[in-house]
Structures are given as structure tokens and as C-alpha cells.
Design a protein around this ligand. Structure first.
Ligand code: PHE
Length: 350
């Protein structure tokens, strides 16, 4: 090696030893081996040499180039190994950290009550029917013996989509639709759960949207005692085996006679408490014998067929059963509320 080459080699080694990243290494590579690099510059000196001197000189420059290339490759390998080690260290997973647990959701108490009630009536051979929340005036009112000018419409003011289309105010239109579809042929035995709407101002016991379950039985020889017997069984199943049922006269345009149905209070067992407002009885539904006009409008012969119908509010049942004071809790989806109803493994609640 010539003096110049030796100096260049030393200088290169010194610079190389200070390098700790691949960017700087690349710059150094260009500085020495690039087109305008120092080693390449030595090659260009060849033209100033005699023919005899050239081969030996060329060989020396090549040796220098090889040495430098080798040194660069060595450091390159070292740097990439280091980079990999650092990456692995940074990505280490701490398997002792606690994992993310899956939250178990609770079901809304209304859904539970609806399911319990459905199960009970399915056991008695009832079919579940669902209707439409956006309903025609005809099925919501007229076919239920509530003509356009009927004053009882005032009790159920609704949200109107148009003159003849509204959000249903009760689940009773499912009665009218089901009867009509039967074309005058019994028996009919259905329950119809669903959401209903009324133009009420919301407070602790009223909501513009709530839930109802309708029941309807139409066949030959159905009597009021069948209604009472069915509701007695129902009350014992849902509220406890000692419950009693009481019917009080009432009025609905689509039933005649009409009744309000009370059950004996499940908290005080009839002696009077805050749940039953000291009366010993809790009102849970409206019911009655299907009005002959309703049967006739749907194409049934009211001399041959009779039936009973009832409508209840599972919201109220849920509020009574779980001691919920404000109906709005049932509809506002606050998880702190819903989480209180997470089922336990034995099928009960927490
Ligand atoms: N539809 C009535 C209401 O919403 C309840 C009811 C249903 C009464 C069936 C009698 C028979 O108030």
C-alpha cells in the first residue's frame, strides 16, 4: 500500500469506529466507495501512471476497497443485530399483567318480566303474536269499537304520522288484526307483547313509550270465569302461590263487561304497605269479555263465539317486583341500573 492509501485506511477505520447507526454508516460508505468517493478517486489516479506501474497500483487500490467493504459489512451486520435486539426488547409482552376481562351484561328487567309472562302463557297453549308499532287508526281504534268521534279516544292521545296513521297507543290492535285474519273461524289464543306510545308528559310513573302485553282468547263458550281462572293462575305463577285476584267493574269500549284486575299485595300479603298504598291490593291489568261489535267487525258471529281479552303493563310489574321507583330507569339504559339485574348461575338475579 502506498502512504496515501495507508493514511486513508487509518482515517477510515477511525471514522468507522465512531459510527453507531446505519444512516451514518451509509454516509461513510458513500464518502469512500461512492462515485465521487475517496477510494474511487484513487482509481482515477491510474491515468497519470505508466503502463508498468498500473497493474500493481490497481491491485493495491482493489485491496484497499475490499478491506473497506469488509469492514463496512461487518459493522452493518453488527448494527442490524443490535437493532433487532432493541426491537425485541421493546416489544416484550409482560404475561403477568392482568388481562382485559369481558363484561357480563344484564338484561333489562322489562325483558325478563315479558319472558316470564310469555313462558307462562305458552305453557297454557297461547301463541305469541306481534303487530305494528306504526299502526292504522282503523286497527288502533275503529275496529275496537272506538269510532272517530268517540270520547274514550281522549284517554289515549297519540303521536300521529298522518290523519290515519299513528304510533299505536296499546297492543289491542293486534287483537283486531288477528281476528280479521281468522275469517270468522276460532279458536284464537294469543298473547302480544310490544311497545306502545302515548302523548303523556314523562314523570316517575308515566313514559311516552312503554310496554304492554295483550292477551286474547276467542272460542265457543268462553266466559268471564275463564278469564278470572286464567288470571288467578297467572298471578300465582308470577307473584307467588298465595296471591288472590279481585275483579272490579271498569270500562273499555272494546270489552263488555270490562274489569280492572287487582292482585293481593305480594309485599304485605294484604295487610297494607307502601307498595299497595295501604289498600292490600295492586292493580295490574285491564280486561273484559270481547265486545260483540269487535267480533262482528272482524267477521266473527258473536252469537256463536265469545272471548276474553286483557292488557297489562310489564313496566309496572317490573317496578313492583324489583322495587323500582321511576319508570324512566327502565328506558334510559344507564348501565349502573341495568347491571343490578345480571343473572347469576343458578338462574336468579344478583
Ligand atoms: N288496551 C287497554 C289499555 O291499554 C287494556 C285492555 C286490553 C283492556 C284488553 C281490556 C282488554 O288500557
Amino acid at each position: 500500500m502506498t502512504q496515501v492509501m495507508e493514511t486513508m485506511q487509518l482515517e477510515f477505520s477511525e471514522k468507522l469506529s465512531a459510527i453507531d447507526n446505519s444512516k451514518a454508516l451509509n454516509e461513510l460508505r458513500v464518502e469512500y466507495l461512492g462515485k465521487k468517493g475517496k477510494v474511487t478517486g484513487l482509481m482515477k489516479e491510474m491515468k497519470n501512471l505508466s503502463n508498468e506501474e498500473r497493474p500493481a497500483y490497481g491491485q493495491k487500490v482493489n485491496e484497499l476497497r475490499n478491506t473497506i467493504e469488509g469492514q463496512i459489512a461487518e459493522l452493518e451486520a453488527e448494527l442490524s443485530k443490535k437493532a433487532l435486539e432493541e426491537k425485541l426488547a421493546a416489544e416484550t409482552i409482560d404475561v403477568t399483567l392482568p388481562g382485559r376481562t369481558l363484561e357480563i351484561g344484564g338484561s333489562n328487567p322489562i325483558d325478563r318480566i315479558v319472558e316470564d309472562i310469555e313462558d307462562f302463557f305458552i305453557g297454557l297453549g297461547y301463541e305469541i303474536k306481534e303487530g305494528y308499532e306504526v299502526e292504522q287508526d282503523y286497527y288502533n281504534f275503529e275496529a275496537l269499537n272506538l269510532p272517530k268521534s268517540h270520547p274514550a279516544r281522549d284517554m289515549q292521545d297519540s303521536f300521529y304520522i298522518s290523519e290515519d296513521i299513528l304510533l299505536r297507543t296499546h297492543t289491542s290492535p293486534v287483537q283486531a288484526r288477528t281476528l280479521e285474519a281468522q275469517k270468522g273461524e276460532g279458536p284464537v289464543k294469543i298473547i302480544c307483547p310490544g311497545k306502545v306510545y302515548r302523548r303523556d308528559s314523562d314523570d316517575a310513573t308515566h313514559s311516552h313509550q312503554f310496554t304492554q302485553i295483550e292477551g286474547l282468547v276467542v272460542d265457543k263458550n268462553i266466559r268471564l270465569s275463564d278469564l278470572k281462572g286464567t288470571l288467578e293462575l297467572f298471578a300465582k305463577e308470577i307473584f307467588g302461590s298465595e296471591r288472590e285476584v279481585r275483579l272490579r267493574p271498569s270500562y273499555f269500549p272494546f270489552t263488555e263487561p270490562s274489569v280492572e284486575v287487582d292482585i293481593s299485595c305480594f309485599k304485605c300479603k294484604g295487610s297494607g304497605c307502601n307498595v299497595c298504598k295501604q289498600t292490600g291490593w295492586i292493580e295490574i291489568l285491564g280486561a273484559g269479555m270481547v265486545h260483540p261489535n269487535v267480533l262482528e267487525m272482524a267477521g266473527f258471529d258473536s252469537k256463536e263465539y265469545s272471548g276474553f281479552a286483557f292488557g297489562m303493563g310489564p313496566d309496572r310489574v317490573a317496578m313492583l317486583k324489583y322495587g323500582i321507583e321511576d319508570i324512566r330507569h327502565l328506558y334510559t339504559n344507564d348501565l349502573r341500573f341495568i347491571d343490578q339485574f345480571i343473572p347469576t348461575e343458578d338462574g336468579g338475579e344478583q
